[in-house]
Design a protein around this ligand. Structure first.
Ligand code: C2E
Ligand code: MG
Ligand code: MG
Length: 575
């Protein structure tokens, strides 16, 4: 039999040129030896994107979860490594959504005439996710379709490499251990346990954004890799969301499973993916000693200490739950006779290792992380609870007011008014004895939306007060527009008024302005008898400052009140 003659290379390539699918032949360096017309029109900017992920490339290849492929999983890498892909469905994401489509990719060694090492073909399979189930074996978990340990480690490694250029970027690994002990009893449950990983994978994917990687390790362990987080709270928020999602009952049997989540923040000083995952595992092991906890952050002290803000934020979240916040109460007195008429509630944090922290150490962190919402809610509830308890215990305090500070962020809470109402109902504290302090910044941040909220709060009988008056935007026009009851003059005016004539003039005008507008005035930061005398001369009504009292812990308030009651009794019996 005559030997078949090897095809003429030119003829052979002419045939490939006319095929409707994209055909590419590469040499061993990955350089294209041949690309047909279909390949040129399918792959804008050439074949580079088949072998590397670059944000600047004209297209990107994504897996069936629409996640970027790690370098070893890219078709060109697979082809050069001698791997055969058979119709692997990948999403070819191009700048314009109209051009983005699914392609079925096949790779094999090149066996045609002429030079070439590997052959790749890409068949356009449309814009639907039809064949996306054909996953690269070896890099994906067969049951859930999620990246497996190998692909996860590759992505984590890439994330660490990228972080070298951006040392301030914050990332997290969440290692999720699902406890299926409850399922071992019945045959029905065992059946469910079989399908559970698929459902768990879907729940996890639904909780994270498209940028995060969700992977399945062996058995019941899953991992989430989060990159580009704004704060450490993002990881904790996600851990809580994920925990809530996992513990939802699985239908139809209503079976429930539990999960523990170890979190390790990065990039820290991690040199490789294994070390980082190991730390998430250490955090996970710590949960076993504290079963009521659903997540634990790995205490990467050395790194986190460098970032006190991050550490503070993480601790603060726990602080609210563990009851480490305290309120101190600073008396507010009538300037004329120095009688107490109320308190300002000021938050403190009894930190387990750093001692008693002042608001300056943590309020701004609470504001940027969003923790100010639960913190503010706690402050309001605790101030009302404490005041009501004192009212019942000491009739002498029955008319005392309490002022609570509120941050701008709290006014973005859609249910702020209902929450205030609920707290007043639950504690039984009278709205007429509650004052809410806010700085001028609140008005600027929410200029239009806030009027309605303030009107609703005021309609409950609560008094509204501008704090640190004079330090803000020096626009007096807002005083007409907003329903305030009281101005609290900033300490800087009081401090210097005895030396600085201009400050005294301003102080005088503010007091007059307040009178004209029918507003009360409180002066804060009264430290010396001279300050006191000056404010008395200006006929300012209320004052607060170290001269009268520093902020006091609740037991010190009680001691002070008991002392005053005893004094009053003594003078009554003496007369
Ligand atoms: P603020 O509302 O203006 O509170 C008055 C601050 O001045 C308090 O500081 C008080 O201890 C201090 N102070 C009072 N009298 C004198 C004085 O005679 N001399 C001097 N030098 N200082 C005096 P603190 O407790 O450190 O609070 C600082 C700020 O933290 C508060 O300023 C308020 O803006 C914020 N803050 C406190 N508690 C809360 C809270 O529960 N929520 C919010 N959002 N902010 C709070
Ligand atoms: Mg205040
Ligand atoms: Mg103030």
């Amino acid at each position: 039999m005559p030997q078949p003659s090897s095809p003429d290379p030119e003829m052979y390539l002419a045939v490939l040129s006319h095929l409707p699918e994209a055909v590419i032949v590469v040499d061993q360096a990955g350089t294209p030896v041949f690309c047909n017309a279909a390949a040129e029109s399918l792959l804008p900017g050439g074949i580079a994107g088949l072998g590397q992920t670059s944000e600047t490339a004209a297209y990107q290849l994504l897996d069936c979860h629409q996640q970027p492929l790690a370098t070893p999983a890219l078709p060109l890498s697979q082809a050069l490594a001698g791997q055969h892909l058979h119709n692997q469905a990948l999403l070819l994401a191009v700048g314009s959504p109209a051009q983005t489509r699914w392609v079925a990719v096949t790779t094999c060694p090149y066996a045609g005439p002429g030079p070439g090492t590997a052959l790749l073909t890409l068949r356009d399979i449309g814009t639907k996710h039809r064949e996306a189930k054909l996953l690269t074996p070896g890099l994906y978990d067969a049951r859930t379709g999620l990246p497996n340990r190998q692909l996860l480690m590759d992505r984590v490694g890439h994330a660490l490499a990228r972080a070298q250029g951006h040392p301030h970027g914050l990332m997290a690994l969440l290692l999720i251990d699902v406890n299926m002990a409850e399922l071992s009893d019945s045959a029905q449950a065992a059946d469910l346990a079989n399908n559970l990983p698929i459902e768990l994978g879907a729940r996890l994917r639904a909780e994270v954004g498209p940028q995060a990687t969700v992977a399945r390790l062996d058995g019941n362990q899953f991992v989430i890799l989060l990159e580009d987080m704004a704060t450490g709270s993002t990881a904790i928020d996600l851990a809580e969301q994920v925990h809530a999602a996992i513990t939802q009952p699985f239908l139809p049997q209503q079976v429930q499973v539990d999960a523990s989540i170890g979190i390790a923040l990065g990039p820290g000083n991690y040199q490789n993916a294994n070390d980082w995952l190991h730390d998430a595992d250490v955090a996970l092991a710590q949960i076993k000693t504290c079963p009521s906890q659903s997540w634990q952050m790995f205490d990467n002290s050395l790194w986190m200490q460098q970032d006190l803000k991050l550490q503070t934020e993480i601790d603060l979240r726990q602080a609210i739950k563990r009851g480490e916040l305290r309120l101190h109460y600073q008396p507010i007195v009538t300037i004329n006779n120095q009688e107490i008429c109320g308190f300002e509630a000021l938050v403190r944090w009894q930190h387990p290792t750093r001692g008693l922290l002042m608001p300056a150490d943590f309020i701004h962190i609470a504001e940027t992380s969003g923790l100010i919402i639960p913190l503010g809610g706690w402050v309001l509830a605790e101030a009302c609870r404490q005041m009501q308890a004192w009212t019942e215990q000491y009739p002498a305090m029955a008319a005392f007011t309490v002022s609570v500070n509120m941050s701008s962020k709290q006014f973005s809470q859609p249910d702020l008014v209902t929450e205030i109402q609920r707290i007043l109902e639950e504690t039984g504290f009278s709205a007429h004895r509650l004052k809410i302090e806010m700085t001028e910044g609140v008005l600027i941040d929410h200029s239009d939306s806030i009027i309605a909220i303030l009107e609703q709060i005021k309609a409950m009988g609560i008094k509204l007060l501008v704090d640190d008056f004079g330090t803000g935007y020096s626009s007096l026009s807002y005083l007409h527009r907003f329903p305030f009851d009281c101005l609290k003059i900033d300490r800087s005016f009081i401090e210097n008024a005895d030396r600085d004539f201009e400050k005294l003039e301003i102080l005088q005008s503010v007091v007059r302005l307040a009178w004209n507008l029918g507003l009360d005035v409180v002066a804060e930061g009264i430290e010396t008898p001279r300050h006191h005398a000056q404010l008395k001369a200006l006929r300012c009504e209320l004052g607060q400052g170290y001269l009268f009292s520093r902020p006091l812990a609740p037991d010190a308030v009680e001691a002070m009140i008991t002392g005053k009651i005893a004094q009053a009794l003594d003078s009554a019996t003496a007369t």
